[in-house]
Design a protein around this ligand. Structure first.
Ligand code: G6P
Length: 509
């Protein structure tokens, strides 16, 4: 019998747009979290019966949601239930609380002389975040209660429905779901996974006290709280101890755990396991995708544009945490201090748009464009374009750039994991040298074979770019192969099945 699993996330695996003729067409949802969960579920499909609950994001999604989700499913046939949350509530919860407060907090992005400001407007934002999480908890409970009742009837108290709740948008949902389930919570395993970093207590305390406690208490409604690396899990445990006064126990051992249980939190009479579960890539599927004609067309076009020069590649959302501005400054410094690279290297910077509803993101995108313009003006010559900046999402072209890269630059200020740092070496044709921020979660697994940098240190980053460009072919290939093997060792299927296993044996559909 297939195991029943519910997934909940803000962004779903599919989103609907109206075509010119008024018909609705679904397309794949973007982002690393979606890619990981989708790929993990596809691998487990023969054993699981999944429903994915997400917010309706587009007008098309809202129409689908109003039809009560009937007929919605992702590319792999997973049923998707879209929640039509009132748009004002959604905007305040998504833009103001999740993306402006919590995202900035965990990535330590606040310009503290000015931001954050938690005043009257935030109280309304917070009410919306409560309401938004409540809508998810209602939908999850509606799906979960019949399964839990069946499991109890069949007297299989160990067979549990499993619920996987994703990310900082849904921190309150685990506790809210547990409350709605009442006794049926015993038949249900609830996991929450954070795809972001977690702020240390001193920074986390910027949140209004009640809000900070509510977020932690909400997550501790889960049986399992997962993070991509030990640093984030340890910071969460520290926050639970310092802000809630919860009982925190840590697993021992001299070596930092790269995966598995790192501690337990005892709070309100319950235990939540805290674990590290890095999310790598499905290497065979990724390589297969890169062999397709659309990617190969871009490989041809980009190679022609590079004209035999070395390629430094970055692929990101235009996102404040990705540190594109300092990345461009480091490339400029490389060209200033190591003039031997002028005319011999091209920087491909793919920075596709993100969260343009927020003024900070629009301003950041403008800044990136302006810096790119200045750099081209300063160094460009009649036969050499030092930089190609593209602010447009083009997945096949991004795969092609990774396949061709001599150097991959991944320098986030902070990052939960980072997929590009892992996909690049897997896709690389000749082997690529990875310049990687020590503040990316991926640094926990990739440190040995990457060139690690302090993301604030432009001089160090420029020097690492030089070392990467100057690396011998043999060393670059060896390091790249080792990075690819590490990334492939944590495929999404493993990431997902380890979480399901941590929730105990599942119950049938
Ligand atoms: C990235 C992050 C996820 C987050 C997602 C949301 O993928 O790694 O942690 O859930 O962005 O992005 P969105 O575009 O939906 O705001």
């Amino acid at each position: 019998m297939k195991q029943r699993v519910l997934v909940a996330s803000n962004r779903g695996p599919v989103t609907y747009q109206f075509g010119a003729d008024g018909s609705l067409a679904g397309q794949r949802g973007g982002g690393g979290m979606i890619a990981g969960v989708t790929s993990g579920l596809a691998a487990l499909a023969p054993e699981t019966d999944v429903t994915w609950i997400c917010a309706a994001l587009s007008d098309g999604d809202r129409v689908v949601a109003q039809r009560n989700g009937a007929g919605a499913q992702d590319e792999d046939g997973v049923p998707v239930r879209m929640l039509d949350i009132p748009s004002d509530t959604f905007d305040r919860a998504y833009n103001n609380v999740a993306n402006s407060a919590l995202w900035f907090l965990h990535h330590q992005l606040f310009d503290t002389p000015n931001q954050p400001q938690f005043g009257l407007a935030f109280q309304q934002d917070w009410e919306s975040y409560l309401a938004y999480n409540g809508v998810f908890a209602d939908a999850l409970a509606e799906e979960a209660l019949p399964a839990a009742a069946r499991s109890a009837e069949q007297q299989q108290p160990s067979g549990r429905l499993r619920v996987l709740i994703q990310d900082y948008h849904l921190c309150l949902a685990p506790r809210m779901l547990r409350e709605r389930l009442g006794d049926a919570a015993r038949e249900t395993g609830i996991a929450h996974f954070s795809h972001t970093p977690w702020a240390p207590p001193d920074y986390y305390r910027m949140l209004p006290a009640e809000v900070g406690r509510a977020v932690l208490d909400g997550m501790l409604g889960a049986d399992y709280a997962g993070f991509h690396c030990r640093r984030w899990a340890a910071a969460f445990l520290d926050c639970c101890a310092d802000l809630l006064g919860a009982g925190v126990a840590r697993t021992g051992g001299p070596e930092p755990a790269v995966r598995g249980l790192v501690g337990w939190v005892t709070y309100r009479g319950r235990i939540t396991e805290v674990a590290v579960q890095p999310l790598g890539v499905d290497a065979p599927a990724l390589r297969e995708r890169a062999r397709a004609g659309d990617v190969q067309d871009h490989v041809g076009a980009l190679s022609r544009a590079a004209g035999g020069r070395k390629l430094i590649v970055r692929v990101d959302r235009t996102e404040l945490s990705k540190n594109i501005v300092r990345g461009l400054a480091a490339y400029r410094e490389l060209l200033v201090t190591r003039p031997q690279w002028r005319g011999r290297v091209v920087h491909l910077a793919f920075a596709y748009p993100s969260r343009s509803a927020l003024a900070e993101y629009r301003a950041y995108t403008d800044r990136v464009r302006e810096l790119a313009r200045q750099l081209t003006e300063e160094f460009g010559t009649a036969d050499w374009d030092p930089l190609m900046l593209e602010v447009k999402d083009d997945y096949p072209r991004s795969l092609a750039a990774c396949a061709l890269a001599d150097v991959l630059l991944v320098n986030p200020i902070r990052d939960g994991m980072n997929l590009v740092a892992q996909e690049g070496p897997v896709l690389s044709e000749r082997g690529c040298a990875l310049v990687l921020s020590r503040e990316a979660g991926a640094a926990a697994t990739l440190a040995a074979d990457a060139l690690l940098v302090n993301p604030y240190d432009i001089t160090e980053t420029a020097e690492a770019l030089h070392r990467a460009l100057a690396m011998s072919d043999g060393e670059r290939r060896r390091r790249s192969a080792a990075l690819a093997a590490t990334a492939a060792a944590d495929p999404p299927a493993r990431w997902l099945s380890d979480q399901l296993a941590a929730l105990g044996p599942g119950t049938g559909a």
